[in-house]
Design a protein around this ligand. Structure first.
Ligand SMILES: [Fe+2]
Length: 302
């Protein structure tokens, strides 16, 4: 019975490859998770199906798996992308160019005044991974350089091209990935900006301008505020408040970006919202997931 369920789930995935069959065999062989103990606290998000036999056995198939390819998300990398190494992210080994890993801002591999050898090395390291990397901007990016990246039309919107397989998702666009609509809106406020130097380690462009807010609203209007996922670096104001209460910090989100995101939170229809910035892995109000170092599969079973 168990084996039938698992084989039928994986039959409906695109792969059916040897690797996938190995996953099935591992699951069928027992209830032990493939990747050991999970840090999701039982919410079913971390690494998706492969760590969550019971969820899978109930018959839920991640939407990111249906019809095709996989989408993973992670929080701030601050230029340190080793969490995506084969050792730290074993799921990455079976991905291909049609699978995506999305960094939710503070990517920071565009940081130095001019591209340094360190940046070149890590960009090339990431570019050579088998998947396609997408990133939002956060507050810690060199916006002078980021804004100068060549652009192209991709996924139904405009992306910045950092490398052959690494693209910047812009503020206010709606991208189509795996048939799902993703509204993306990067940016955030640096609480330590008084310790930073303008245009060396801090850029005013960390916060969106009027044109970007306008573009965001226009994009949402075009789809009647119906999207599948929201990806941001910063959070809506009410989520700020919930986080401040839980983690005892004093950020209040009293500036335009969290207020704008609050409007999106209240007005748009969406399945799930992922953000980063706060350096926590946690979920609020069931559908607002904050990510930091965890690498999670898009909404398995949510
Ligand atoms: Fe950060």
């Amino acid at each position: 019975m168990v084996s039938m369920i698992w084989y039928s789930i994986f039959d409906r995935c695109r792969r059916g490859s040897t690797v996938e069959q190995q996953f099935c065999k591992l699951w069928v062989g027992g209830s032990t998770p493939l990747v050991g103990s999970c840090s999701c606290g039982g919410n079913g998000i971390h690494h998706g199906l492969r760590n969550h036999g019971p969820r899978g056995l109930e018959g839920s198939i991640p939407s990111s798996c249906i019809g095709g390819n996989m989408i993973f998300l992670t929080g701030d990398t601050h230029s340190e992308v080793e969490r995506l190494s084969s050792k730290n992210f074993p799921d990455g080994k079976i991905l291909n160019r049609s699978d995506y890993v999305i960094v939710l801002g503070d990517f920071a591999l565009v940081w130095d005044k001019v591209q340094s050898e360190r940046e070149k090395y890590w960009i090339s390291w990431l570019d050579n991974k088998p998947w396609t990397t997408l990133f939002l901007d956060g507050n810690h990016e060199n916006f002078e350089r980021l804004d100068q990246l060549p652009t192209k039309e991709m996924f139904g919107g405009e992306v910045g091209v950092l490398a052959n397989n690494i693209y910047h998702l812009k503020r206010g666009d709606i991208y189509l990935l795996e048939g799902k609509k993703f509204f993306t809106f990067g940016g955030g406020q640096s609480i330590d900006k008084h310790l930073r130097i303008e245009n060396i380690s801090w850029w005013a462009r960390e916060l969106p301008n009027y044109a970007e807010y306008h573009k965001g609203l226009e994009s949402l209007e075009k789809v009647s505020w119906n999207i599948d996922y929201v990806l941001t670096h910063d959070a809506p104001r009410s989520i700020y408040k919930a986080m401040a209460e839980k983690y005892f910090f004093h950020k209040t989100g009293e500036y335009d970006l969290p207020k704008f995101l609050e409007e999106v939170k209240n007005k748009a229809q969406y399945r799930h919202w992922y953000f980063a910035h706060f350096h926590y892995n946690d979920t609020f109000e069931q559908k607002f997931t904050c990510l930091y170092e965890n690498v999670v599969m898009l909404d398995p079973g949510i």
